[in-house]
Design a protein. Structure first.
Lengths: 142, 188
């Protein structure tokens, strides 16, 4: 019985160490979800042509969400911020660029610790907060 | 059950590994980007409005006040009204160090090893961000400042990160800013 419990312990250790093992090098350049799906989750269009105003609203929304702004570039249209959630850091970049003559595209992508956030719910919450800030409806982009 | 009764050491190992397994695979929280319930109160604590249309003057004054407070500028994007600054300071507290060394000495006297000293605070970085924007009617410039503290321990690990919520500190910053721009700040 002693022998069995030793084996059980060793097996549990192997399981623990291998549980989250993936092909780490593959994750670096490949998106985790299907690219089109992920883009749709992370992107919304807003009916405005005022890029700077939209970017300022993105910054205000990130501050409301308790992010600290790390970088902001008006020309590139990018804002990056971090916040602590539990014991992990959430890092998020939001980019703003024109879609057509009347609309701007806002894309957000975030990571939680070492994982990409690829579930739709957090992004829905972010865009709902951004809508409040710009008084504009966020439109789903195909 | 077999494990717990017959071999406590093995049970502990299994329990530890199960904990490791669960911690290693922690999933992304779904409410990570949800507005916190107190976001309006926090916004009001961190923001002030100035009756001016000169946004550039306000942002320049923010930079000057941060320099007065010992911050160095890390990033700025005046087109978006963003200034980011930080200062590094020691976080060593003699009381904390004495307590940790006493605990380590007690452990050594009892024949075991502990390193509480490595967990004591070593250095801290205070980060400040100041963001300006025009009010909806364009008659005021609203400043939102956020101060954050990051603390590293003697082992070099980031041990704490917190947003500073001390109302007096924000009031102090805005009083200095008011003096710099010769305008009275207004709570929003």
């Amino acid at each position: 019985m002693m022998k069995f419990s030793k084996w059980a312990g060793a097996l549990a250790l192997i399981c623990a160490l291998s549980a989250c093992a993936g092909n780490a090098s593959r994750d670096v350049l490949e998106p985790d979800e299907s690219q089109v799906m992920l883009r749709s989750i992370q992107t919304r269009a807003f009916e405005t042509t005022d890029k700077t105003k939209l970017m300022r609203a993105v910054i205000a929304t990130m501050q409301d969400l308790e992010f600290t702004i790390d970088k902001a570039d008006d020309e590139l249209g990018a804002v990056t911020g971090t916040k602590l959630y539990g014991y992990s850091m959430i890092k998020m970049t939001v980019t703003v660029r024109p879609k057509d003559a009347a609309r701007m595209l806002v894309r957000a992508n975030a990571q939680y610790g070492l994982k990409a956030i690829d579930k739709p719910e957090p992004y829905q919450d972010f865009f709902a907060a951004l809508e409040k800030s710009v008084f504009l409806q966020a439109q789903q982009v195909d | 059950m077999i494990l717990s009764r017959r071999n406590p050491a093995s049970f502990k190992l299994t329990a530890f590994c199960t904990a490791l397994f669960l911690a290693g695979c922690v999933s992304v929280p779904l409410d990570a980007l949800r507005l916190p319930p107190d976001y309006l109160a926090r916004r009001s604590l961190q923001s002030r409005a100035y009756e001016t249309t000169d946004e550039v003057k306000i942002i320049q004054s923010c930079a000057a006040v941060l320099q007065d407070m010992g911050f160095t500028l890390d990033e700025s994007e005046t087109a978006l009204g963003v200034i980011l600054a930080s200062k590094d300071r020691s976080a060593v507290s003699s009381g904390q160090v004495i307590a940790a060394i006493a605990l380590d000495a007690l452990a050594a006297a009892a024949g075991s090893y502990s390193n509480n000293y490595a967990q004591t605070d070593k250095s801290q970085k205070i980060r400040a961000s100041a963001v300006t924007k025009r009010s909806e009617d364009g008659s005021k410039v609203i400043v939102r400042a956020v101060f954050q503290k990051m603390v590293w321990n003697q082992a070099g690990q980031l041990s704490r990160l917190e947003t500073l919520d001390d109302a007096e500190m924000y009031q102090g910053f805005y009083e200095k800013l008011s003096k710099a721009v010769f305008l009275e700040e207004q709570k929003i």
